[in-house]
Design a binder for this molecule. Structure first.
Ligand code: ADE
Length: 218
C-alpha cells in the first residue's frame, strides 16, 4: 500500500514511521510512505499557503490552490488512491473504517490541514472526511498518524501472528474492547493473576475474557 501524506510538517512523521510496527511494515514492503511538502505548492515568492477567512473570524485558512495542486500531484502518481481529510467535521473514525481501508488495499492520500482550517472548496477532491474523536487538535498530522497506524497493522503480513490483529475481538465497533491480560510474575505486589488464567481450561478462560472485556470507568 502506498500512502502519500500532504503536510506542512513532514518531519513530524519521521519518529512515528521510523520505529516499531510502522518501520517493520515498510521493511517488509507492505507499505511505502511519501511525504508531500505542501509549502512547495505555495503561491508567489513567499510560497503562501494560507489566507484570512471571508466573512471574518480568527486565524488563517489553507488556500485551495496549493492543496489541490498537491492532491493532483499525488493522484498523478496513484490514480486509484482514496483521498482522506482529517477534520473535526468528518465522520467519526472507527475500527470498521480502518478495516475497510486496509481491505481495499489501494493507496491512500492524506491531506493534513493546519491553521484554523481550510477553504471548503478543497472537499471536491476529498473522498472521505474523518474525525478521530470529540476534541480539537492543532492539525491533521496526529489524526493522520492514528489512521495510518490503525490501517497498516491490518495489512497482510504486518503483525507477527497472522491473526493477532483479529484476536483482539474487533467484531463490531461497539465490541472492540480488549480483555485484561497478565504476564509473569504470578504475584506482583499484593496482586495475583486471576486463577482461571492459570487453569489451562480454555473454555473457562474464554468465558472469563468475554465477561471482562469492558471499558474502564476512568
Ligand atoms: N483536526 C483537528 N481535530 C481533529 C479531530 N478530532 N479529528 C480529525 N481531525 C482533526
Amino acid at each position: 500500500m502506498k500512502i502519500q501524506i500532504i503536510t506542512l510538517f513532514p518531519e513530524m512523521f519521521t519518529g512515528v514511521h521510523g520505529n516499531s510496527m510502522l518501520w517493520k511494515a515498510q521493511d517488509k514492503g507492505a507499505v511505502t510512505f511519501e511525504y508531500i511538502d505542501l509549502r512547495q505548492y505555495g503561491l508567489g515568492p513567499r510560497k503562501q499557503v494560507d489566507d484570512t477567512p471571508y466573512g471574518g473570524g480568527d486565524g488563517m485558512l489553507l488556500k485551495p490552490e496549493p492543496v489541490v495542486a498537491a492532491i493532483e500531484y499525488a493522484k498523478s502518481q496513484d490514480p486509484d488512491a482514496l483521498v482522506l481529510l482529517p477534520t473535526p467535521r468528518g465522520k467519526m473514525y472507527k475500527q470498521s473504517d480502518a478495516k475497510e481501508l486496509a481491505a481495499r488495499a489501494k493507496g491512500l492520500i492524506i491531506v493534513c490541514p493546519r491553521y484554523e482550517g481550510y477553504d471548503e472548496r478543497i472537499t471536491r477532491w476529498i473522498d472521505r472526511q474523518y474525525c478521530i474523536g470529540n476534541y480539537v487538535l492543532t492539525g491533521g498530522e496526529l489524526p493522520a498518524m492514528i489512521m495510518i497506524d490503525s490501517v497498516v497493522r491490518l495489512l497482510p503480513g504486518v503483525l507477527g501472528g497472522e491473526t493477532s490483529a483479529e484476536i483482539e475481538s474487533f467484531q463490531t465497533d461497539d465490541e472492540n474492547i480488549e480483555f485484561p491480560q497478565y504476564t509473569r510474575p504470578e504475584v506482583f505486589r499484593d496482586m495475583a493473576v486471576p486463577t482461571v488464567l492459570l487453569s489451562g481450561h480454555h473454555a473457562e478462560i474464554a468465558k472469563w475474557r468475554a465477561e471482562n472485556g469492558h471499558r474502564a470507568a476512568a
